[in-house]
Design a protein around this ligand. Structure first.
Ligand code: NAD
Length: 350
């Protein structure tokens, strides 16, 4: 066996249908009494449900969480946290709301309890991406990792089918890149493969609670991969495309993943073999397995469908190769341009 290093992240996970009801116990366990609840404007009802579960014992509710964690929203939430004397933050929502929780927690030291409602995985990572003056920067700090995560499958039942599909593929992308990460290790490989298998179940029936539960379990494992090892071409490309061309997060991950994998394939034969075995219908070819999955999910396949212009392809390729980073295969402009062109046009990956 190759040498490796393994670092476990210390977060606590409470998993299961109805586990939202355990929030009061969790707050008591941590000796807290006055949490600030966070949500997006679209999930105000879920934040109000939390208030009820806590018998109204909260500092307040801030419902302006938004994509890419803009610092002006964080500043507003921070002022509210101070004014309402919050002693903790509870984020209920997807990566956008959890990002706001992380941004408040790292600035104030307030404990952060996360209640994820998508499969994006931010709750399991010590990473925070923030946007200031239109520029998104990312930092990593062990203190950013939320202390407790409550996974209640019932909250994912309202996730629209299209977002369930793309959010699930977003999670799978973490596991795929974990398989060939420079600092991967046997434990992360186990989590990644189990996570991919569990998530693939969302295609069976997104309205079924057992399938959703399995998908959420998979999202936890895939998020753990993201929080533990370094990502490569796929995540860097999605960061560039999302940030520079204002493309939606989960949808961009879904479109780019098979193309990024096809680009890296010649350099990662062992990972391709393991991945193919975890993807139904792959017939030994992991890229085919992803194509089959995306076809079943009936997701949009072209970045042009989200407003990216053909003229943007060259600029995207320039940005993608501007800052060097580790990738199993050399990141060369011609190949990357062709990858982006295919993803833009919605062509099948090969
Ligand atoms: P999101 O949080 O922006 O949610 C998308 C929309 O779906 C929002 O309107 C939200 O309110 C709504 N929604 C979420 N769950 C719902 C539910 N169960 N029912 C109904 N509506 C629901 O999307 P996301 O994909 O979860 O997160 C994307 C953001 O998270 C990006 O900014 C990304 O950069 C960040 N992210 C960060 C990390 C990290 O480790 N730092 C990891 C993954 C994603």
């Amino acid at each position: 066996m190759d040498s490796f290093e393994y670092n476990a992240n210390p977060g606590r996970v409470v998993f299961g249908s109805g586990s939202l009801q355990k929030l009061p116990d969790e707050i008591k366990r941590l000796n807290l009494s006055s949490p600030l609840l966070l949500s997006t404007p679209q999930q105000v009802d879920q934040a109000n449900d939390l208030k009820q579960i806590l018998n109204g014992k909260i500092a307040g509710i801030f419902t302006e969480a938004t994509m890419h964690t803009p610092t002006d929203v964080t500043d507003k939430a921070l002022a509210y946290a101070k004014e309402s004397r919050a002693d903790s933050v509870v984020s209920i929502g997807g990566g956008s709301t959890i990002g706001l929780g992380k941004a408040i927690s790292i600035r104030t030291g307030l404990p952060h309890i996360c209640i994820p409602t998508t499969y994006a995985g931010s709750e399991m990572t010590p990473i925070l991406g923030e946007t200031a003056s239109g520029k998104k920067t990312t930092r990593s700090d062990p203190k950013i990792l939320p202390g407790t995560v409550i996974y209640d499958v019932d909250l994912t039942l309202t996730l629209p089918a299209s977002l369930s599909a793309t959010s699930g593929v977003n999670a799978i992308a973490h596991a795929v890149e974990a398989l060939y990460a420079r600092n991967t290790n046997p434990v992360i490989t186990l989590l990644a493969l189990e996570g991919i298998r569990a998530l693939a179940s969302i295609i069976s029936d997104p309205s079924s609670q057992p399938a959703r539960s399995s998908a959420q379990y998979g999202a936890w494992l895939c998020g753990s991969c993201l929080g533990s090892v370094g990502m490569a071409l796929h995540h860097k490309l999605c960061h560039t495309l999302g940030g520079s061309f204002n493309l939606p997060h989960a949808e961009t991950h879904t479109i780019v993943l098979p193309h990024a994998l096809a680009y890296n394939a010649p350099a990662i034969p062992a990972a391709m073999e393991k991945l193919a075995a975890a993807l139904p219908g792959s017939e030994g070819d992991a890229v085919k397995g992803l194509n089959v999955l995306l076809a079943k999910l009936k997701v949009k396949r072209g970045l042009k469908e989200f407003g990216m212009k053909e003229d943007d392809i060259d600029r995207a390729a320039d940005i993608a190769v501007a800052n060097p980073y580790w990738n199993p295969r050399a990141v060369e402009r011609d190949g990357i341009r062709e990858l982006i062109r295919r993803a833009w046009a919605g062509e099948e990956a090969r």
